[in-house]
Design a binder for this molecule. Structure first.
Ligand code: CP
Length: 304
């Protein structure tokens, strides 16, 4: 695969290879010396046209642990603000002998556009409401680590499915690996095409949680919101918020995930987010190994 634009373009064997490689790097980053010299000859540019904490720092750390040279670019404070185009911006950065571009962009398809117009390797760190492939990979990797396998597991993705690149990439990744997937949320936040992806829809949160082995709780993305009447934040929390009381009333214990950032007290309460049932910080930890694996595998193709 020349780029990592989305999980949609991967096959099961790609995910298996990424996970095997990430297993190795997870072992590496738990050693006293957390670095390997593999990518001393590679330069990577991290281009963030949209805010990020986890993804941005995780990519930078992954690159540094592979010994790559790293440059970081944020649209705010750059010449994008003077009107420079995406293609001009990236071509100028590439002329400084950059080998791989990691990019987050608010527009759906920005990476596919760039892949057609510039000559480099591109990793998608999130494009608008479309895909966030490394998030989905680290999520599945964390399920595999916590529950032994992804195949056969019942995963419900709860919340704002409509605006979520995490949801779409997770659906592709989980289905490829043989998991059963449902989405749960208010009808106004579930896109009509979702069932065509082989995903079940459940609007009753309790029923969804009773069914599931894993619940991946999404943030309501108010910044992308175009809904004026339903749900309000209060309605959302009443109907789709998860607290410890609800989890304790279920027949069996389920695993709680969240991609971050959390709106504490909206989609989950602190007594859930900080409990042993949640693997939220394990997801963040695994993000570094997964991104090391993706970068290493892409860089290996450049070196061939
Ligand atoms: N999960 C995630 O993409 O978080 P950031 O927006 O902080 O990168």
């Amino acid at each position: 695969v020349p780029n990592l634009l989305g999980i949609k373009h991967l096959v099961k064997e790609d995910i298996d290879l990424i996970f095997e490689t990430a297993d190795h790097f997870k072992e590496v980053i738990n050693r006293p010396i957390k670095k390997v010299p593999s990518l001393r000859d590679i330069t990577i540019a991290n281009l963030f046209f949209e805010n990020s904490t986890r993804t941005k720092l995780s990519f930078e750390l992954a690159e540094k642990r592979l010994s790559a040279d790293v440059i970081n670019f944020s649209a705010s404070g750059s010449s994008v603000k003077k009107g420079e185009t995406l293609i001009d911006t990236v071509n100028n950065i590439l002329s400084m002998k950059v080998d791989i571009v990691v990019m987050r962009h608010p527009d759906v398809g920005a990476h596919e556009f760039l892949a057609r117009h510039v000559n480099t390797r591109i990793i998608n760190a999130g494009d608008g409401t479309h895909e966030h492939p490394t998030q989905a990979l680290l999520d599945s990797f964390s399920i595999r680590e916590h529950l032994g396998d992804v195949a056969g597991k019942k995963v419900v993705i709860v919340g704002d499915i409509l605006h979520s690149r995490v949801a779409l990439s997770n659906i592709y990744a989980l289905k490829l690996q043989g998991a059963e997937v449902k989405v749960c949320g208010p009808v106004t936040l579930i896109p009509k095409y979702i069932e065509s992806l082989g995903v079940g829809v459940e609007t009753d949160l309790r029923k969804a949680l009773e069914w599931a082995d894993v619940a991946n709780m999404l943030r309501v993305q108010n910044e992308r919101m175009d809904i004026k009447y339903f749900p309000s934040t209060r309605e959302y929390t009443q109907l789709y918020g998860v607290d410890k009381k609800l989890l304790n009333s279920l027949d069996s214990e389920i695993t709680i995930m969240h991609p971050g950032p959390i709106n504490r007290g909206v989609e989950i309460t602190s007594d859930v987010a900080d409990s042993d049932q949640a693997i939220i910080l394990n997801q963040v930890e695994n993000g570094v190994a997964i991104r090391m694996a993706c970068i290493y595998l892409l860089a290996s193709q450049i070196k061939q």
